[in-house]
Design a protein around this ligand. Structure first.
Ligand SMILES: Nc1ncnc2c1ncn2[C@@H]1O[C@H](COP(=O)(O)OP(=O)(O)OP(=O)(O)O)[C@@H](O)[C@H]1O
Length: 609
């Protein structure tokens, strides 16, 4: 593995060797080695040196650090790893700038530099699935960003991000939002849903932001006494802290050189830190539900009365009954703007029927629904392998597996905090460069773990489900389900999100799962997902394939078949899974004219990459 941990940038090479190894390793592991031998083996195999976690690393107080490191203008310099992710630098507007702010090379490098950017892979056609658009208004999709009618600064920022073409979900969602519709969007993991909502929302606000935004002091005038109340124009809510920070990063990129000021708030960081940030001005607020509710209870800190866009990411998770109180308050509580100009959007890769039903209650009657492929499906770029490993052999089998394939960034999922710590210790003691991410760690430790994993200082991360959704880290080549998610841990939906941490945006990756009798409750669903994604079913699971009945999902409509199994039903037979709105139109760019007649056209390559 090279210094930055990038041995396998090439998915093909990884896939071929790794798949072979996985299949061959699905046996009883070799007898465990003693500590010295396993460390020698790890080293010989090419893994980077493990690094002990430095618990004192962040104990210096912030003022001392900032006083030590200042840039040429006397401003605190960017110190990688020294601060909360929520205090990352963003573009600060000055009224002298006119319509577009000047470039700031140092910030531009941080936001758009290649170090952490996910590069588009060569296998984008995995997303060229049947596209379904439903609703009264179905604006034609865009096939290029240039033709989307975006604000010119947004167009430049999209290019700086390296996005040459909209992904299918972006192709359909961007025009639906630009034409003022509520939207529910479902598309596979890693297919660009974040930009699908951020691009149109921010683009619309770029035109009107100055008129709509609350007054606030410019950065050069900041003092403790001129703080303002945060009055965001867009609020984005998601279930986990790390995902919130990641959406914040995307918003920092897309707001570059504009007056729109994004902020992020989430649990685990002292409330005072977040208050300081949002009270400097906040146009785009990204939040986890708990911290948002906390701030909504403080009307002098945060007001929702200017909000024009509310977006729920990972919506099926947040529509779970556990979040009922939070969600109903966020969607319509406090002083929230309830005018007709307030748009609502929800996105996820999985959307079980119950969550979809609930989602409808928050949406306008004529909301637009966009689905790419079957909701809750995965894609063929993830090579899935299931290995039978008896419980008592799992740890040693994991060690063997890690050493039997080329070192690469690897995410290992377990079902409990205790197991995450135990497994991290086990791997570390064997000499492997591992860290862990779970709810039992302090927020500083969590942020540090993600950073170390992102930078490949510790290319192995053991995580609980807290990292299953949304995390977008470059070159995660291998996801291992050391524990498969049981029904109590989110079942097949959780599996889809976990394995979706690899093979993002046209790249390939491998997902290996350890299976034994403890996982029988997920066996049928696993077989369905694997069959649908054309993955080999291992012998020990063959008896769990239901060959008598056609594969039935409740993730889509009640009688819509899978692509390739005979096609969808005729138009008049299709039941609208979302309610009684006008039924399905599956639209191709060249065929958008026919969509409005309620007909049912299938084009599996609606947007060809
Ligand atoms: N049009 C595009 N061209 C190239 N890359 C893109 C494009 N749009 C988004 N990306 C990149 O694709 C990656 C995945 O995007 P994103 O995290 O939004 O996926 P997602 O669909 O939300 O996945 P998940 O369901 O796992 O949360 C990101 O690194 C993003 O920067």
């Amino acid at each position: 593995m090279s210094e930055n941990g990038e041995t396998f940038d090439n998915g093909d090479a990884f896939e071929t060797s790794a798949m072979k190894t996985v299949i061959e390793s699905a046996t009883i592991p070799a007898p465990p080695l003693n500590a010295a031998d396993s460390m020698a083996k790890v080293k010989e195999h090419g893994w980077v040196e493990r690094t002990a976690y430095d618990y004192k690393k962040f104990s210096d107080d912030r003022e001392t650090r900032e006083a030590e490191v200042v840039d040429e203008a006397g401003q605190p310099a960017l110190i990688e790893g020294a601060d909360w992710l929520s205090s990352a630098m963003r573009y600060e507007w000055d009224d002298e700038y006119g319509d577009v702010g000047p470039k700031i090379p140092r910030l531009e490098e941080e936001l758009f530099g290649k170090t952490f950017r996910q590069e588009t892979g060569s296998y984008l056609d995995a997303y060229d699935l049947k596209v379904t658009v439903e609703g009264d208004n179905r604006p034609p999709p865009i096939i290029s960003f240039e033709d989307a009618g975006l604000h010119p600064v947004m167009l430049e920022n999209v290019k700086l991000c390296g996005y040459n073409k909209p992904t299918p979900i972006q192709g359909y969602v961007i025009p639906a939002v630009l034409t003022g519709n509520d939207v529910v969007g479902c598309a596979q993991t890693g297919s660009g849903k974040t930009a699908a909502y951020l691009i149109p929302v921010l683009s619309r606000l770029m035109g009107k932001g100055r008129k709509l935004a609350a007054p606030r002091p410019l950065k050069k005038d900041w003092t403790d006494s001129n703080k303002v109340r945060a009055e965001p124009l867009a609020v984005i809510v998601c279930p986990t802290r790390e995902l919130a920070c990641q959406i914040f990063d995307e918003a920092r990129r897309l707001c570059y050189r504009t007056q729109l000021r994004p902020c992020v708030i989430y649990g685990g960081v002292p409330t005072r830190e977040h208050m300081n940030e949002i009270q400097r001005g906040c146009d785009i607020l990204i939040a986890t539900p708990g911290r948002l509710m906390d701030f909504m209870d403080r009307p002098n800190v945060l007001s929702m009365n200017r909000v024009k866009y509310t977006i729920i990411d990972e919506a099926d998770e947040l529509l779970h009954p556990d979040w009922e109180r939070e969600m109903s308050l966020i969607m319509s509580g406090g002083d929230t703007n309830e005018d007709a100009d307030h748009l609502y959007m929800m996105f996820s890769a999985t959307f079980p029927a119950a969550a979809r039903k609930l989602a409808m209650t928050f949406m306008a009657d004529d909301y637009v629904r966009v689905r790419i492929g079957r909701t809750g499906s995965t894609h063929t770029n993830i090579k899935q392998a299931i290995c039978y490993i008896a419980k008592e052999h799992k740890r040693d089998a994991l060690f063997d597996l890690l050493l039997s394939m080329p070192p690469s960034r690897t995410l290992i999922f377990v079902n409990s905090v205790r197991m995450a710590d135990m497994l991290d210790d086990f791997l570390y003691n064997k000499g492997l460069p591992s860290t862990s991410m779970h709810s039992g760690r302090t927020q500083k430790e969590r942020e540090d773990a993600i950073r170390a994993f992102r930078m490949a200082q510790t290319p192995i991360m053991v995580a609980t489900g807290v990292s299953a959704r949304g995390l977008d880290i470059k070159h995660v080549m291998h996801v291992i389900n050391f524990d498969l998610p049981s029904a109590a841990h989110g079942g097949i939906q959780e599996y889809i999100h976990r394995i979706g941490r690899t093979a993002r945006i046209g790249n390939e990756g491998l997902a290996t799962s350890f299976y034994n009798e403890d996982n029988e409750d997920i066996a049928e669903d696993l077989c369905k997902v694997m069959l649908e994604a054309k993955q080999p079913i291992p012998d020990f699971l063959e008896g769990r394939i239901d060959e008598t009945a056609s594969i039935h999902w409740d993730d889509n409509s009640d009688n819509e078949e899978l692509p390739g199994t005979g096609g969808a039903a005729d138009a008049d037979e299709v039941v609208d899974p979302w309610g009684d709105a006008p039924v399905v139109a599956v639209v191709a760019p060249a065929d958008t004219g026919s969509a409005g007649d309620g007909g049912f056209t299938i084009d599996e390559n609606a947007i060809a990459w």
